[in-house]
Each structure stands twice: as structure tokens, then as C-alpha cells.
Write a protein that binds this ligand. Structure first.
Ligand code: BGC
Length: 473
């Protein structure tokens, strides 16, 4: 009963019992649970994809900073080491066949700088040949290679020179990028990513001590972020310059992790403050630098970054968005002063202890689109660590539902990469969290499709799925 009708009837009612009944209905009936099925269909051109990263799957990345970091002891959960990882390096044919079986249009993967340039200026031809073979294999199978030039790990020689804090970082990175493009650029790769999640990588390495170089000091964060922005800008220009000269059409972008940050104790102004700082440093600062050519973030008395980096303005042809979770932020009185917590019911928590929060994907992409209204957006990573595979299908459906909603609102989302293809070396967490559509047997390294792999395959085939929406109204 509509509220307006209900009150009109109540006013005119002379019957006592009837008045009570009508009065109760005016207060409002209890909400009804509903479930409705909607057919979700994606455009034909939508790029279904899975993503991986070289250090996490290839194995034997001996000349990298991560290899050394893993051997410092107690840095990785269970003291795991990447060692052979999934042995992807030696299983190109097998893993390409898996991609073919899944039916993905696009495969996002990264090249390992430490393998291509194990010593400064010494190029490993075998490594370049290997990547060439991988790209050609993908192309032969009609899968688009979507290449990331740096996904966290760097050559150890570069790390020893200061890595991204070194004033020479843009030069070294540019030299590597040039070499790669000269060797692989003609193979028909449309999209290149310079960096994967650089801010998260640097926070983990310089503030949390969880990634190399294993430092824990907030004031160290500014220098490597500047190094990455400059390196990205220079690589963007170099790639376009060579591509133009050779008449190769390319798009160059960057992959940004975006999180939802909320205040933990709503009554506490310090928590609000901490949240706003994290929002700026983690979500906004780098994107703003690429949008306006100015890098800006501060943490009173510790970091005050406000730097013109004009060369970075407009250096994006597309934006990759990685989305995983929502975190609640609080202020603490000891360094690093900002702490995040996961607050969620048990069934909404993953093996990473992250909340499953699909609506967050809608929110972060909406914000990114407002910042860059003309840029195509790729959901370059989204996935769940779930050994049981019970939560993975609903996870994918719920997130894709929001992707679909965004597309309907004309947000130019060109594709979606599930993270990840096969269980892998999950950085500081070692082999415990299982993100794969394919289960990896850690002893035999055999790959077995989980039910979610079959689901993803069918979804790709049908370009959509039936979505059961549950709620209250
Ligand atoms: C990274 C991946 C990582 C995934 C899950 C992203 O931050 O790009 O390398 O495995 O999240 O933690």
C-alpha cells in the first residue's frame, strides 16, 4: 500500500480496529526479501582476459631483487621462496593451451627485466627470444598479448644502485624499454603497460617492509614515487617515438591499484584525517600527476611532496584499474601512524584477509572515469584467494555485474582480467593464498581447472551470465 493512500484512508476511517490495522501499515511493512534473475550480456568487443606476472609464475628469477629478498630469511610467509614458481618458463605450450581452453581474447602478462638485462647493459638474447616465442604462440592462437614492462621485481644490480630512488632510474628503465620494443615491438602488440601498481609496490617496500628493499620509513616514500613517475613519462614518450617511426600503432598505459578506504571510528577526527591522507597517497597522487603534471601528498612533519612533473601530464592512452577490496583506516600514535583493518562478516573474507566488496569496483572506476573521462579503462586485475573455490564464482559474478552496470552507463570499459590463471607465488605471502582459476599442485606442478575455470570459460563463450540478484525491498 502506498503511504499517501494509507494516511488518507486512516484519516477517514471511523472503525477502531480498522484504524489500528491501517496505522500499522502506515508505519511500514517489514522489508520483503526478493530474488530476481537478470541476463547480463557484454558487448562482442569486450576483452575477456586473465592476468599473471613473471616473477610469480616463471621461476628462477635469480638476478632480481626479489630473489635476494626471499633469501634474507623471515621475509616471506612460511619462509617460502619463489624458486621454480609454476615453472611457466618451461611450460609455455601447456599454459597457452590453458588460455585457449578458457577462450580468453587477451592475456595480460609481464616481462622480467632482470632476465632481459641481468647485468647493466648486458642483454640476454635468450630471454628476448623466449618472450618472442611466447608472443608468437599467443598470436598464433588469436590471443592478444597485453604486456606489462614492470610488475614489481627489478634487476638486483638496479636495486643496488637505489632502484626507483636513483636519479638514473628513468634512464635505466628507458634503456630497457627501448631494447624490448626494438626486439618485440614489431610482433603486433597493441597495448603496453609501463608499471603495475607502483604506489602499492613502493609503500610495501619502503613503508611496510614487506617487499624489497624491506624498509620501514614513511619519509622514504617520496623519492621512489618521483622516480617511477619520471620513468613512466620517459618510457611513454620513447615507446611512441619508436612506434611512430616504424608505423606501429600502439597504446601505452599504466595499471593503478585502487582501494576503497573508509574511516574506522567515524567519531574520531584523527581517523578521518588518516583516511584522507591514505586516499591521497594511495589512490590519487599518482593519477593526478599523470593528469595534471603535479605530484602532491604530505604527511605533517614527515613528508611534504609537492612537485611539478610536467613531463608526466597526459601520458596515458588507457588506464588499467586493479581492484580487490575495501579497508577501514585508523590513526595510530606510532609509525607509520596509519593502520588499515578489514571489517566484514566471515563469509565475506578471503584468504588474504580482505573483504569481498564488489560495489567498490563500481565506486573506484566511477572516480577514475571522472578524472579521465576520455580514457578507455581496462579492469586489469580482480580476483580472490580461495582454495575451496566456493566463493570464486559469486565473486566474479558480483564484480562483473558492476562492470556491466558501468558499461551501461557508457563508461568505456574495454575488458576484464581475472587475477589469476594458476595459483602462484603470492609475494610476501608465499604459496598460501590461492588465486588461480587453475589449481597448482605444489609438488608435481600440474595444473587442474577448478569449477570456477569452467564457469569463466562458459561465461566467455556466452559473453555473459544469468545473474541472480538478492536483496530486500
Ligand atoms: C598484484 C599481484 C598480486 C595481487 C594479489 C596485485 O596487487 O598486481 O601481483 O598477486 O594483487 O595480491
Amino acid at each position: 500500500m502506498k503511504k499517501k493512500n494509507c494516511f488518507t484512508k486512516l484519516i477517514y476511517s471511523t472503525n477502531f480496529f480498522l484504524s489500528i490495522m491501517l496505522g500499522l501499515s502506515c508505519v511500514g511493512a517489514p522489508p520483503h526479501a526478493f530474488s530476481k534473475t537478470e541476463e547480463i550480456k557484454f558487448p562482442d568487443s569486450f576483452e575477456w582476459c586473465v592476468a599473471t606476472a613473471s616473477h610469480q609464475i616463471e621461476g628462477n628469477n635469480k638476478d632480481s631483487d626479489w630473489w635476494e629478498f626471499e633469501r634474507r630469511g623471515k621475509t616471506i610467509e612460511n619462509e617460502d621462496r619463489s624458486t621454480k614458481a609454476t615453472d611457466h618458463w618451461n611450460r609455455l605450450e601447456e599454459d597457452t593451451q590453458i588460455l585457449v581452453d578458457l577462450g580468453v581474447k587477451t592475456y595480460r602478462f609481464s616481462l622480467e627485466w632482470a632476465k632481459i638485462e641481468p647485468q647493466p647493459g648486458n642483454w640476454n638474447k635468450e630471454a628476448l627470444e623466449h618472450y618472442k616465442k611466447e608472443i608468437l604462440l599467443l598470436k598464433k592462437n588469436n590471443i592478444k598479448p597485453f604486456i606489462t614492462l614492470n610488475h614489481f621485481s627489478i634487476p638486483y644490480w638496479f636495486a643496488k644502485k637505489g632502484g626507483w630512488t636513483s636519479p638514473q632510474a628513468p634512464h635505466f628503465f628507458n634503456r630497457y624499454v627501448k631494447k624490448v620494443f626494438e626486439n618485440l615491438g614489431h610482433l603486433g602488440i597493441e597495448s603496453w603497460v609501463t608499471f603495475n601498481e607502483p604506489v602499492w609496490n613502493l609503500i610495501s617496500g619502503y613503508v611496510l617492509g614487506a617487499f624489497p628493499p624491506g624498509k620501514k620509513d614513511l619519509k622514504l616514500l617520496a623519492a621512489p614515487i618521483v622516480g617511477v613517475v619520471k620513468s613512466h613519462a620517459l618510457a611513454y614518450k620513447t615507446l611512441h617515438k619508436i612506434a611512430k617511426k616504424r608505423n606501429i600503432p600502439i597504446k601505452v598505459g599504466l595499471v593503478k591499484a585502487l582501494n576503497i578506504f573508509e574511516t574506522l571510528r567515524k567519531w574520531n577526527p584523527l581517523d578521518h584525517y588518516a583516511r584522507s591522507i591514505l586516499e591521497r597517497v594511495y589512490n590519487l597522487s599518482l593519477l593526478e600527476a599523470l593528469q595534471k603534471g603535479r605530484l602532491k601528498f604530505s604527511f605533517p612533519t614527515i613528508v611534504n611532496m609537492d612537485k611539478e612533473l610536467k613531463e608526466a601530464k597526459g601520458t596515458l592512452d588507457f588506464l588499467g584499474v586493479n581492484f580487490y577490496t575495501r579497508l577501514f583506516v585508523k590513526f595510530t600514535f606510532s609509525p607509520p601512524f596509519i593502520k588499515t583493518e578489514t571489517v566484514a562478516a566471515k563469509d565475506k573474507i578471503t584468504e588474504m584477509h580482505w573483504e569481498i566488496y564488489p560495489e567498490g569496483l563500481y565506486k573506484v572506476v566511477t572516480k577514475a572515469h571522472q578524472m579521465f573521462p576520455k580514457l578507455p579503462i581496462f579492469i586489469s586485475e580482480n580476483g580472490i584467494a580461495d582454495k575451496t573455490d566456493k566463493k570464486r564464482i559469486p565473486f566474479i559474478k558480483d564484480h562483473l555485474y558492476y562492470v556491466y552496470k558501468l558499461i551501461k552507463q557508457k563508461v568505456p570499459i574495454v575488458g576484464y582480467c581475472y587475477w589469476t590463471l594458476i595459483d602462484n607465488f603470492e609475494w610476501a605471502h608465499g604459496y598460501r593464498p590461492r588465486f588461480g582459476l587453475y589449481e597448482l599442485d605444489l609438488k608435481t606442478l600440474s595444473r587442474t581447472p577448478r569449477p570456477s575455470a569452467i564457469f569463466y570459460k562458459n561465461l566467455i563463450k556466452k559473453k555473459g551470465f544469468s545473474y541472480e540478484k538478492k536483496g530486500f525491498k
